[in-house]
Design a protein. Structure first.
Lengths: 432, 273, 294
């Protein structure tokens, strides 16, 4: 026992000595910190990092790049907001600029946008709502990953169905596929807590004229009649037709990709990532995978553009001038096109000239660009406000849908509940 | 009689099978290629068999770094908790001073404050202290749920050691502290070991605090690093399972070696505590 | 110079040794806990300063349909997990009790689930239960038990069962090992005497084993209940509380309120909800143990 005790003591001493150096927080002197999204396209990420480091070297600064995944993004940012340790350069999502600008925590980057406009053409008008507040730009749009409708062209041909153009079409086509015995649950629309859920949810409501705000961004509430119509159309798949499986509701962002590629579903909304995955694994279904614009409704085709990444300069950092210069360098024509063309057609620019690049002149490229050109920001028909941001991040819309599907609440009650929640949010975060 | 024995073996077999299946699935998946997993080819046995996922872990991802961070955090938290807890347990069981009983009760109650509740206020406390985004933050945070358990466990252990032994040492001229170190601690070694293993395991596995308190990529611990393999539209199951296998290996090895003591210590604490 | 009496010295040493615990727990447990209580009485959106609103958060939660579902789920998850862990743990202990050969080795293997990181366990069970490609469904279809995949994580009721399964898998060894150790302290004479009286296995278990290990059963159950009631990882990773809110429990709900909706005051109020239950349990178990001691 004594020798054991002695050995343990020595071991403990050694470990303590080894541990102490690790306790210091990493030194940040003279360094710029950049936080960016870790995407599913590692080669594109590498190009971005190379561009950024190149720019940093030219400017004589040290750059430390940190990554976050889509899932832990707000965990990380919440912590940083509260501890006032936001990085010098932050790649924010579609609602980040609205939230942070409203807190006064972002620097005015109108000059950077002006410079980028010279390099890449003017910003798409529909992209302003997410980054321009009070006439000033508080973020520089980096890229968008639009949601398109994926479908199995072979299955549709087999059951004699045309590619669906409206929300009603989607239900009809799914029913046909199921009745023909091709698949049990062909309708892969997941009303879950990811972009694959809340993006179509917004497109759905907007296509039925059921937005929850007016043009100025002030609360109006989801109109009852239109809301009911929209709910009726999509809950059918789960409640009546049984063309969707309940599992789809708890899907992670990846599961609908996997289900599609496993040949289990016929229709699903997704970013172009499915094409990327099929191409990189020489997937047998590649030839049968087709895309088209997300569906339209009685009020038109009002698509949501919710997966947008934007560069911003939080005011926590002490080197805002250098930070802005770095962003400007990363967004020069040369650097950005290098990144864009290395992205396997996944990262779509929001600047007009870059969109006209021949890189996008393919059948799938055109659909993807079209979606970005048409897409509306979170909070349409108004601008992106912190309140609109919270409606999305609080999953109010998808919750409304799942309340009907899972909890068997009446659509009327679900809409009322959702409106109550939305109103409460707008009361708490008033629109200026 | 035979019926009972048969029943026992059946129960054991079922439990062993249930324990085995997930571990088998981790190992099997870790040796499959991405395409195989995507297309559900050859589900039960990896064919083709590949080491790519393991190679990726060390070449492309920062797996080794995560292990280092977890090892440092777990070790330091364990040591800190053992030190604080042992001192406290000894004081509460062997020494008498006013307020002892109340304090003992309070220590045990703090065990019941759940981390799921504490993550925000604890984070705000660290922000107030200006000490976040460091492994040290975790090393200070983990004992908040480790110390109460260590204290409780060792209290049970100390109580089971006869006072006469210490008193004999005192009579021989030793001070209280010397008596504690030379007589009581060695006898409580199984308890210390059990508590230490328990602390190490809980720290090694901790996810929520590590996710929130640490921002730097280079300071990520293993559980947080594992969650990186799910990248919104892509779940890299092969690499994830390879990482899972390797992440579990150190703790498994330690346990197989020392589980005898761990059980001893745990049950002494539970039975007598 | 012996200014201090022995008793004083003992008291000083007592305080000195308890000081680290006291400082640590008051600074990093008591203080944050009290601040949590205060936070729960404020409206605090991330980035904005907190302002006092009294019991409004609690009122909002009580009115919220979602919160009631969360409370119910937490109860179901906890009770379900504990009951199954009790049964399986007891079965494991009984089975190993009279096995002589390989006892240590088997017990070591059976401890593994408790040792493997919870994150790994949650991810693995999620992967095992994948609708189309998980091992469970693939095997079930291959042996013809079902014709299409079971919706382990998709059906609202089954999803709760699935997270309970993962929780049980992780936690039953703790029960089993503790019960086993306690059983092994029961004197053999009691069993021999009972055998002479003609008692069968079941009676031996019910009349001798169980009463003898009651204390350990109570303590282990209490500890596990508290841990399970506030479990975060398993549900968060396997279902994120879905489908809908079918598996949403206090910890995941609080996280969602705090991080996704950025409302810390409300998140704290939601976490506090589990405390009255915990307090009741503790009081009940402590009283029970005290009674047993007499």
């Amino acid at each position: 026992m004594r020798t054991l005790a002695k050995r343990l003591a020595v071991l403990i001493a050694l470990l303590t000595v080894a541990v102490v150096p690790a306790l210091e927080p990493p030194a940040a002197a003279g360094k710029l910190a950049l936080w960016r999204l870790k995407t599913y396209i590692p080669p594109a990420d590498k190009i971005l990092d190379a561009n950024a480091q190149d720019c940093a070297k030219k400017a004589g600064i040290e750059l430390a790049i940190q990554t976050y995944t889509f899932d832990d993004m707000w965990t990380k940012f919440t912590a940083a907001i509260e501890s006032k340790t936001l990085p010098d350069i932050a790649e924010l999502d579609a609602v980040g600029p609205a939230r942070l600008a409203n807190l006064g925590r972002l620097a005015d980057v109108s000059d950077v946008v002006a410079a980028a406009t010279k390099e890449l053409g003017p910003i798409l008008p529909n992209a302003d709502g997410a980054v321009k507040f009070g006439g000033k730009y508080f973020a520089v749009p980096h890229y968008a990953i639009p949601l398109v409708l994926f479908y199995r062209s072979d299955i549709l041909a087999k059951v004699g169905a045309e590619p669906p153009d409206t929300w009603e079409d989607i239900q009809r086509v799914s029913e046909k596929v199921k009745k023909a015995g091709v698949q049990d649950f062909p309708n892969g629309f997941p009303w879950n807590r990811t972009g694959d859920g809340y993006d179509p949810a917004m497109s759905l409501l907007w296509s039925y004229g059921a937005a929850w705000v007016d043009k100025s961004g002030k609360f109006t509430g989801i109109p009852k009649a239109q809301g009911l119509e929209a709910l009726r159309v999509v809950t059918r798949a789960y409640l009546a037709d049984k063309t969707s499986a309940f599992d789809y509701l708890s899907w992670s962002g990846a599961t609908n990709n996997e289900a599609f590629m496993a040949g289990k579903i016929t229709l699903t909304p997704n970013g172009p990532s499915i094409l990327f995955q099929e191409e990189s694994t020489q997937h047998p279904l590649l030839k049968d995978t087709a895309i088209k614009l997300m569906p339209k409704g009685p009020a038109g085709r009002n698509l949501a553009l919710t997966f947008v990444m934007n560069w911003a300069v939080p005011t926590d950092g002490k080197s805002q001038k250098e930070a802005k210069a770095l962003i400007g360098c990363v967004m020069t024509r040369e650097n950005f096109v290098k990144y864009m063309t290395g992205s396997f057609r996944q990262m779509v620019p929001l600047f007009a000239k870059a969109l006209e690049d021949p890189y996008w002149n393919t059948p799938t490229g055109k659909i993807v660009v079209d979606t970005v050109k048409q897409g509306h920001p979170v909070g349409w028909p108004g601008p992106t406000t912190p309140a609109a941001a919270e409606v999305v991040s609080g999953n109010v819309l998808t919750d409304m849908i799942t309340r009907v599907i899972v909890d068997k609440v009446t659509p009327e009650a679900a809409i009322e509940e959702a409106n109550k929640r939305i109103k409460e949010i707008y009361d708490r975060l008033p629109v200026k | 009689m035979r019926g009972a024995t048969l029943a026992r073996w059946i129960v054991l077999a079922v439990i062993l099978a249930v324990v085995f299946v997930p571990m088998y699935w981790i190992v099997v998946t870790s040796f499959k290629t991405g395409r195989q997993i995507l297309l559900s080819e050859s589900v039960y046995v990896p064919r083709p068999f590949t080491l790519d996922n393991y190679v990726y872990l060390f070449e492309e991802s920062r797996f080794a770094l995560w292990i280092r961070n977890s090892a440092i955090t777990a070790t330091a938290s364990t040591l800190l908790s053992l030190f604080i807890g042992t001192a406290g347990a000894y004081s509460l069981t062997r020494l008498s001073f006013p307020g002892r009983r109340t304090f003992g009760g309070i220590v045990l109650i703090t065990y019941l404050v759940p981390p799921g509740l504490m993550f925000i206020p604890l984070y705000r406390t660290f922000i107030g202290l200006g000490y976040t985004n460091s492994l040290g933050t975790l090393i200070l945070a983990y004992p908040t749920f480790l110390v109460p358990f260590v204290t409780w466990l060792l209290m049970g252990f100390f109580r089971s050691i006869p006072r006469e032994l210490e008193e004999a040492a005192l009579v021989d001229g030793a001070t209280r502290v010397q008596a504690m170190v030379r007589v009581v601690l060695p006898l409580a070694a199984p308890g210390l070991l059990a508590a230490g293993l328990f602390c190490f395991t809980l720290s090694w596995n901790e996810f929520l605090y590590a996710l929130i308190f640490i921002a730097d990529d280079s300071l990520k611990t293993l559980p947080v690093g594992l969650s990186e393999f799910v990248v919104s539209d892509f779940a890299f199951w092969g690499q994830l399972m390879a990482a899972a296998a390797l992440a579990s290996l150190p703790v498994i090895v330690v346990y197989i070696y020392l589980h005898k003591y761990m059980v001893q210590g745990l049950t002494a604490g539970a039975v007598k505590g | 110079m012996n200014v201090l009496t022995d008793r004083h010295r003992e008291q000083l040493l007592g305080y000195a040794l308890i000081a680290p615990v006291a400082i640590f727990l008051s600074g990093l447990v008591a203080y944050p806990f009290l601040s949590a209580i205060y936070l729960s009485l404020t409206e605090k959106t991330v980035g904005y300063p907190a302002h006092f609103v009294g019991l409004r958060n609690y009122g909002a939660l009580l009115e919220s349909g979602r919160f009631r579902i969360v409370a119910w789920n937490s109860a179901a998850f906890t009770v379900g997990s504990i009951v199954v862990k009790l049964v399986v743990g007891m079965a494991m202990a009984l089975a190993l009790h009279s096995v002589v050969r390989g006892n240590q080795f088997i017990r070591g293997i059976l401890l593994l689930p408790w040792v493997i990181p919870t994150v790994v366990i949650a991810l693995t069970w999620k992967w095992l239960m994948d609708l189309f490609r998980g091992l469970i469904n693939v095997a079930l279809i291959d042996v013809g038990a079902v014709t299409s995949g079971v919706h382990w994580l998709g059906d609202p009721t089954l999803a709760m069962v699935s997270v309970i399964i993962a929780n049980v898998w992780r936690g039953f060894p703790f029960f089993g090992v503790s019960f086993l150790a306690a059983m092994q302290t029961v004197p053999q004479d009691l069993y021999d005497a009972a055998a002479v009286d003609g008692a069968g296995s079941w009676e031996k278990f019910w009349r001798i084993t169980l009463p003898s290990i009651k204390g350990v059963v109570a303590v282990v159950t209490l500890l596990s209940t508290i841990v399970t009631l506030n479990d975060f990882n398993i549900v968060y990773i396997m279902t994120r509380g879905g489908p809908g809110a079918a598996t949403h429990i206090f910890a995941t709900y609080s996280y969602e309120l705090g991080i996704m909706s950025q409302r810390w005051g409300l998140a704290m109020a939601a976490s506090m909800a589990s405390l009255p239950l915990v307090a009741l349990l503790i009081v009940a178990v402590v009283r029970y143990l005290h009674r047993e001691e007499e």
